[in-house]
Every structure is written in structure tokens, then in C-alpha cells.
Design a protein around this ligand. Structure first.
Ligand code: UD1
Length: 369
């Protein structure tokens, strides 16, 4: 194992949407170390996602160093997965406590490690703190509420996230509006984006297709709900190919459905560079992800979210995203607008400028100076 010097920050990453968020912070710390900076880090992979397609590809493409530790928590129910991560991380902190635990986003790994660190008296910093969908049926919202309730330091992506924290009693001195590390990664990787292997075989050309992603339990765990969504999309987009990278959770339900129309192209989960190439050149994106609405906003690509709430309101008030909810009639109308080029124009939210990782590292260094 790499020798790690004190003071060091534990950087926690567990699931696919974490990897692009931690990369700029790790690269920022590495850059400072080369310039004589004294703050070290330990990269802890919880193992929440473990497939090459959900994890390994991202490390390779985003030049993230191999994790110092892999807790290998794996899949399970909400409680099983959270517990496995907590047990693994507690053991690690007993062996070698860190100076700060830095968590990102809202996945189970985020909450699990925040609880363990705080109970051992290790301060917690939450990157992307303060987001709220106010929808307690989403496991991510519970993760956000718990993590923010016990974090010491908050790095926020928007002023509205900061306002949410202020309203819950967090002192302003602990909130740093730094921007969006996920967008750092996107801007840095723009020149490296590349078409997936199926680009030519499917005769895809820019603006000729849509990208679809679905993985929220409320959309994909029930076969009837998933089938209704896909049927509406396919019927409305008769002449437009729909590229559908299928999340493992969604694949389980899809396997129980009758075959779908051939212009719905089911493909494997895509690596980062290929996925964002697809988004950048798409006519539009249909998704239930939060992060993708931010990327579509920065790329200026029309985006519709198949949820009734969002924790990222700037993607709607400033960006290219619209909340469509679960009503097939509304989805049909929105798709018709999108396909006929009637979509709103968008702007990029403040501080989504590619410098967020550096801002975070500067604040961390000051903390340990
Ligand atoms: C998790 C996050 C969600 C995030 C999503 C991105 C929580 C509560 N949810 O949801 O916020 O948007 O990741 O993907 O943390 N599986 C594999 N291989 C893997 C990982 C998972 O096959 O590498 C399968 C397992 O059968 C698992 C299922 O996918 O049961 C779901 O994985 P899980 O980590 O429970 O949640 P996600 O739906 O991926």
C-alpha cells in the first residue's frame, strides 16, 4: 500500500456518479503535492459499484489513481449495503484514522462513511451539500439529509443549495459556494470525448438520435411502469433512434418485458467518454438521473427529466432541463416539442467553470495550514 502522510483526507467514492466528482479534487491535491503541498489523501472505494462498466472504466478514462482501499461492500438492500460500507469503513478508521472525511453526492456510500467518520470524531466535508428534492421516497434524499445534518464543512454547487443549508441552521462560515466538480471533469474531458463502437454500425449522426437513461427504482423496478414509459417514448419517436444504455438495475426488469421496437437501441452502460460524446451530439436527452441534467445543461442539449422533483433547480431555471414527471401525455407533448426543435435556450450556472476542484483544494489546505 502507498505510504500516506498526515494530515490526510479520506476521499470516499463508491458508485458511478461519484467518480467524476472526486477526480478533480484528487488531481488538484496531486498537483499541490508536486508543488510541495503537505496535504495527502487516501482514496477509499466502498465497492458499492463493482462492475468494470460501472466503476473500472471511469478510473481508467478519468486518470483516477487506483483506490488505496476497496471496502468491497457490493450490492444488497438499502440497509445491507449501508451497513456493509459502515462496517468496512469503521474498521479502516480504527486501523488508521484520517484527518478529514470528504464525501461527495448522495449515494449510500456518502451517508454511510459520513456517519462512521463523525462518530469517531473525524470531521466530515460534503461536496455537493445542500441539494434537496424534498421527496423522501428517494433514498438519495435521505442520504442528503443525514449527511448534511452531520457534516462540518459544505462545498456547494449553487446558491440555492447554500440557502437550503442556511435555512436548516448551518452557519454561513461553514458553507463554501465553489461550483461543480462534475462539470470540471466534463470540461476537462471535452476534447477526449469519442464515439462508442456502435456509432457507425447504427449510422448515427449528430442531432439524429435521442439518449435515454433510466435507473430510479420508481421508474424501473415495476415492469408496468417501465413498459409504459418505453412504449410512449418509442411510439412518439417513430423515426428517431433512441440510444438506451441500460443500467444493471433496469436490465433486471427489462428481461421480464416482451421485445421492444428496434429503434430503441439497448446498449451496455457506456464509459464516460463515450457516454458524453453521445449526449453532446444528441438531439435531446430523456433521463431520470440528476447528474446528466447538469451535463446536458453545460453541453446545451435539450433534456427532459422523468421525475416530479429535482434537487438541481438551476438545471431548469437556467439550464436546458424540464421536469416532465410521470404523465405519458406530458411526455408525448414534450417529446414532440423536442423533435420539432421547439426547446428553450439555456445558460450555464455560475461557477460551473472547470475550477471547482482547485477551489476545494485551496480551502482544504487552508484548513490544515
Ligand atoms: C446508485 C445510487 C444512485 C445513483 C446510481 C447510479 C444509492 C441509494 N443509489 O443506484 O443515487 O444514481 O447508483 O448508478 O446509493 N449492480 C451491478 N453492478 C454494479 C453495481 C450494481 O450489477 O457494479 C446491480 C446490482 O444488482 C444492484 C443494482 O445494480 O442490486 C443496483 O445497484 P445499487 O448500488 O443498489 O443502486 P443503483 O440503482 O445503482
Amino acid at each position: 500500500m502507498r505510504a500516506i502522510r498526515l494530515p490526510f483526507v479520506d476521499i470516499i467514492a463508491g458508485a458511478r456518479p461519484n467518480f467524476m466528482k472526486v477526480a478533480p479534487i484528487i488531481h488538484g491535491l496531486q498537483k499541490r503535492q508536486l508543488a510541495g503541498g503537505k496535504l495527502d489523501f487516501r482514496l477509499v472505494h466502498t465497492g458499492q459499484h463493482y462492475d468494470v462498466r460501472m466503476s473500472g472504466d471511469f478510473f481508467e478514462q478519468l486518470s483516477i489513481p487506483p483506490p488505496d482501499i476497496n471496502l468491497a461492500a457490493g450490492s444488497g438492500s438499502q440497509a445491507e449495503q449501508t451497513a456493509a460500507i459502515m462496517i468496512g469503513y469503521e474498521r479502516l478508521l480504527h486501523e488508521q484514522p484520517s484527518s478529514l472525511c470528504l464525501v461527495v453526492g448522495d449515494v449510500n456510500s456518502t451517508m454511510a462513511c459520513a456517519i462512521v467518520a463523525q462518530k469517531q470524531g473525524i470531521p466530515v466535508a460534503h461536496v455537493e451539500g445542500g441539494l434537496r428534492s424534498h421527496d423522501w421516497s428517494m433514498p438519495e434524499e435521505i442520504n442528503r439529509l443525514v449527511t448534511d445534518a452531520i457534516s462540518n464543512l459544505f462545498f456547494t454547487t449553487s446558491t440555492s443549495a447554500g440557502d437550503n443549508l442556511l435555512h436548516s441552521g448551518v452557519p454561513a462560515s461553514r458553507i463554501h459556494f465553489v461550483g461543480n466538480t462534475m462539470i470540471d471533469t466534463l470540461l476537462q474531458q471535452l476534447p477526449n470525448l469519442r464515439p462508442p463502437a456502435f456509432w457507425n454500425p447504427l449510422s448515427l449522426t449528430p442531432q439524429s438520435y435521442l439518449v435515454l437513461t433510466l435507473h430510479r427504482p420508481t421508474n424501473v423496478d415495476n415492469p408496468t411502469t417501465l413498459s409504459n414509459l418505453l412504449t410512449t417514448i418509442c411510439a412518439t419517436c417513430q423515426n428517431t433512434p433512441v440510444i438506451f444504455p441500460v443500467h444493471p438495475r433496469t436490465a433486471k426488469t427489462l428481461a421480464t418485458l416482451p421485445p421492444l421496437p428496434i429503434h430503441l437501441h439497448q446498449v451496455e452502460p457506456q464509459p464516460y467518454l463515450e457516454f458524453n460524446y453521445l449526449v453532446k451530439h444528441a438531439k435531446g436527452v430523456i433521463t431520470d438521473s440528476g447528474g446528466i441534467t447538469e451535463e446536458a445543461t453545460v453541453l446545451g442539449v435539450p433534456c427532459m427529466t422523468l421525475r416530479t422533483t429535482t434537487e438541481r433547480p438551476e438545471t431548469i431555471t437556467m439550464g436546458s432541463n424540464e421536469l416532465i414527471g410521470e404523465d405519458p401525455a406530458r411526455l408525448r407533448t414534450a417529446l414532440q416539442h423536442l423533435l420539432t426543435g421547439q426547446w428553450k435556450s439555456s445558460t450555464i450556472p455560475p461557477k460551473w467553470d472547470g475550477q471547482t476542484g482547485q477551489r476545494i483544494v485551496a480551502i482544504l489546505e487552508e484548513l490544515f495550514a
